[in-house]
Ligand binder design. Structure first.
Ligand SMILES: Cc1ncc(C[n+]2csc(CCOP(=O)(O)OP(=O)(O)O)c2C)c(N)n1
Ligand SMILES: [Mg+2]
Length: 340
């Protein structure tokens, strides 16, 4: 049974993520109009927001420690926040600043924070093999840390995902695969590309438990993830979880969503996991003051991170040639510069 502290912590992670993304949205649009110049403004490049996905990140990560590994999806902010990634350095990364998690070279999809073992990638299902690798390392070292890979329902037909399920199962590895089902892969509805309605059924072919949480209910995710993480930590192998979430916004900022029926967008905006979690918290006797305190603490943290990030220096363009390879041969940066 979930405790009040866990409910409060999950709510704080979720409202932090929601407010963070609302603020990123405002910052992102600055200078992009009228022709939507994607490279203009304080946040250059693409931006994929995860409003409506918060329950999955918060419910799963509530069970994790810093030494557990998480590989995030291409809309990574809610998971990163729940895993405890440094919010200031993550924001600096999104704003392309030198003090960002990846020195401003990764952008919002490529976050890497070794202090809490978090990474994310713009390549869908890419996080599955590294999560399996982290779980294998944990097992070989006789540790009880676990690994979690987050991916979207549109990525469950990728070879990397299916191969990862097989390796995880055959070696009984402490890894959990979390599929965030928001019904869409960009403009592609799930039913047109995937044979199963319930993605957790993919587990059946790999002899591992598969469980689907039908509503984006953080408490239900917490319960399901508790079982999966406990099983992995106790040395009993992998689990596949699928969580129904909702895409409250376009696939990325600037997506006109002409392919999406209005009723679907309205439905997603109506089903709010944050309201639902607040109701769960009230049911425990929590007063409005406690909820208000959580909300204002989250907002303050977000504002501080954004203000700090915007004051950070931009990287020297010459730096683009550094950190491209691991253990590079001498002089490689000069070769990339054109051999001068
Ligand atoms: C291997 C690979 N193929 C294609 C893409 C282009 N792409 C980016 S996001 C996306 C759809 C992802 O859908 P889903 O996995 O359901 O995640 P969601 O965006 O809905 O959260 C695609 C096809 C990619 N990034 N990586
Ligand atoms: Mg999707």
């Amino acid at each position: 049974m979930i405790g009040v502290t866990e409910l409060e912590e999950m709510l704080e992670n979720m409202v932090t993520a929601r407010h963070y993304e609302e603020r990123l949205q405002e910052e992102y649009l600055e200078g992009k109009q009228p022709a939507f110049d994607i490279s203009a403004g304080p946040i250059p490049g693409e931006l994929h927001l995860a409003a409506g996905h918060e329950a999955s990140g918060a419910g799963v990560c509530q069970h994790l420690r810093d030494d557990d590994t998480v590989t995030g999806p291409h809309r990574p902010h809610h998971v990163a926040i729940a895993k405890g990634v440094d919010l200031k350095r993550m924001t600096a990364e999104i704003f392309g600043r030198e003090t960002g998690l990846c020195k401003g070279k990764g952008g919002h999809m490529h976050l890497f924070d070794p202090d809490v073992n978090f990474s994310a990638s713009g390549i869908i299902a890419e996080g599955c093999p590294p999560a399996v690798g982290a779980a294998l390392a944990s097992k070989k070292r006789n540790e009880d840390s676990v690994a979690v890979a987050f991916l979207g329902e549109g990525a469950i037909d990728q070879g990397g995902f299916l191969e990862s399920l097989n390796l995880a199962s055959v070696h009984d590895l402490p890894v959990i695969f979390v599929v965030e089902d928001n019904d869409w892969a960009i403009s592609m509805p799930k039913g047109r590309v995937t044979d199963v309605e319930n993605g957790a059924q993919r587990a059946d072919g790999f002899d591992m438990p598969g469980h689907r949480v039908d509503h984006d209910d953080a408490t239900a995710v917490y319960e399901a993830a508790g079982e999966a993480v406990g099983r992995a930590r106790d040395g009993n192998g992998p689990t596949l979880l699928e969580v129904q979430v909702h895409r409250r916004m376009g696939h990325f900022m600037g997506d006109a969503e002409a392919y999406r029926p209005d009723t679907d967008t309205e439905r997603a905006q109506h089903l709010d996991s944050i309201d639902r979690l607040e109701a769960d918290l009230r049911a425990t006797g929590a007063d409005e003051g406690t909820i208000e305190e959580i909300r204002s603490r989250a907002k303050e943290r977000v504002e501080d991170a954004i203000e700090w990030a915007k004051e950070q220096p931009e990287p020297d363009p010459e730096e683009a040639y550094e950190d491209v390879f691991t253990n590079p041969p001498d002089g490689y940066a000069e070769t990339l510069r054109g051999g001068e």
